[in-house]
Design a protein around this ligand. Sequence first.
Ligand SMILES: Nc1ncnc2c1ncn2[C@@H]1O[C@H](COP(=O)(O)OP(=O)(O)OP(=O)(O)O)[C@@H](O)[C@H]1O
Length: 305
Amino acid sequence: MVLYFIVNPSAKNGKCKKIWCKIEQRLQRRHIDYHVVFTQKQGDGTKLAQQFAEQKHEPFILIAVGGDGTIHEVMNGVAMYDHVAVGYIPAGTGNDFARGIKLSTKWNKAFGHMLSSIEHKRDNLYDIGVFQGTKRGVFVNNVGCGFDAHISRKVNASKWKHILNRLYLGKFVYVFYLLKELFTYQPTAVQLTVDQKQYAFSRAWLVTVANHPYYGGGMKIAPLAEANDQHFDIVVVDGVSRMKLLGLFVTVFWGGHIKMKEVHIFQGKYIHIRSHASLPLHADGEQIGEGEITILVNKQIRVFR
Ligand SMILES: Nc1ncnc2c1ncn2[C@@H]1O[C@H](COP(=O)(O)OP(=O)(O)OP(=O)(O)O)[C@@H](O)[C@H]1O
């Protein structure tokens, strides 16, 4: 059997390239046949994954090596093809998907485990979601609407991001914009539909639709979510004061925020989020425009982990 790899050499501030060299040595040492392609820019992961899926008609395993952005792109390329099973080696800065599917965030452990699962034909099914707003696509971690998407948009547009990332200080850009925008961002009215039920919030800061607990590099935004239960957990933060919201960003690291009365949690398969304000949106941390959005549990995909 041949293993197919898509590697994002720029992930983890460029360290992923070195990680791939070590993976390659191990593959060669074990005489495993492989084929590798490298992404060169944003969007390549989806295009390359789709090309593999269309060229090959027999079942095969496509392994993404990189961070959450890389697995997001690869899943967007293969989600509609039933003959593709996926593997994932976490080699990014956040690695929330790895945490969410209970995979080690250490690339070497994850790699060893994956090879053993492939050898024993032991795959797992995980949910993937589909979103339809101004853009359409699939996600594996979460779709977020409101304050968090606003912050990630500011961070991505910041010229400091790349400079601080190179100095391994990337998280400071998030903290800077979080503190800066906390005092100016205006929470808005949001209408939420979960399956058949409708809910209205008058001062919503954020709505996150989560496939598994983890978010933003290890924060437990939806502590009770499971990546294989065929529904999503929806977390709404509404009517909270600015100072309390700051506290929420601390307690979210262990999931303590769900005890706050301003935090509402729902579960469902069909989610619609609407607001008069054009709310910014992200899927797995990638910007996906703004406005109304519909989210569905799409299907399950085979993952070797
Ligand atoms: N060769 C490349 N050069 C620059 N950017 C790339 C390249 N290939 C892919 N990208 C983009 O890099 C972005 C970041 O990748 P990824 O999320 O995998 O790594 P990360 O940011 O280190 O990890 P995490 O998302 O887990 O924090 C993605 O949006 C992807 O599209």
